[in-house]
Design a protein around this ligand. Structure first.
Ligand code: AMP
Length: 182
């Protein structure tokens, strides 16, 4: 794997473990020689991942829509910053640049990005692994909801199983590395 796209909160969250784990993911990606692709912000868990990967000498590519550039939260020390016209272009470019996707804890933005990438995998628009780093069981409710969706006939078990879930950095990276579409 050359690059992994990390989706994560633009907030730090309520527990220190979230930012600690985000930094540890950034560091481990750099140590494994895997570049980070992400939303280019300097704030929240997004900033924690990027700072840690950069400190460890890793490649970090930020992709941001022009409209969000006004926000003054854009990370100024990235390996590369790609400015695109819209949120749609951003996600398409993030997907193109990356060999897999990991969601850390986050809100609507993170959920929307993860949902689109796992939907594209289900539809075979791409064949890249999608993982969730379930820090402190932050995603426990979502995971139970997905099982509920299977029980109620809206999600096939084989598609439910495409979402890789791990509670450690090594666990999620190893799951992504091992992944292949049947
Ligand atoms: P959220 O989980 O709602 O905090 O949103 C985080 C996700 O949405 C990130 O993965 C980003 O790609 C995107 N995002 C949200 N806010 C920003 C921001 N201020 N600057 C850049 N990207 C953002």
């Amino acid at each position: 794997m050359k690059r992994i796209c990390v989706f994560s909160g633009s907030s730090k969250g309520a527990l220190d473990d979230y930012a600690r784990t985000a930094a540890s993911l950034g560091r481990e990606l750099a140590r494994r020689g895997i570049g980070v692709v992400y939303g280019a912000a300097s704030i929240g868990l997004m900033g924690s991942v990027a700072d840690a990967a950069l400190e460890e000498g890793g490649e970090v590519i930020g992709v941001i829509p022009e409209a969000l550039m006004m926000d003054e939260v854009v990370h100024t020390g990235l390996t590369d910053l790609k400015v695109v016209a819209s949120m749609h272009e951003r996600k398409a470019l993030m997907a193109r640049l990356s060999d897999g996707f990991i969601a850390l804890p986050g809100g609507y933005g993170t959920l929307e990005e993860l949902a689109e990438m796992i939907t594209w995998l289900q539809l075979r628009i791409h064949a890249k692994p999608c993982g969730v780093l379930n820090v402190r069981d932050y995603y426990g409710h979502l995971i139970r909801f997905l099982d509920h969706a299977v029980d109620h006939g809206f999600l096939k078990q084989k598609h439910r199983d495409k979402l890789l879930i791990a509670d450690t950095v090594d666990g999620v990276l190893d799951a992504l590395t091992r992944f292949h579409l049947p």
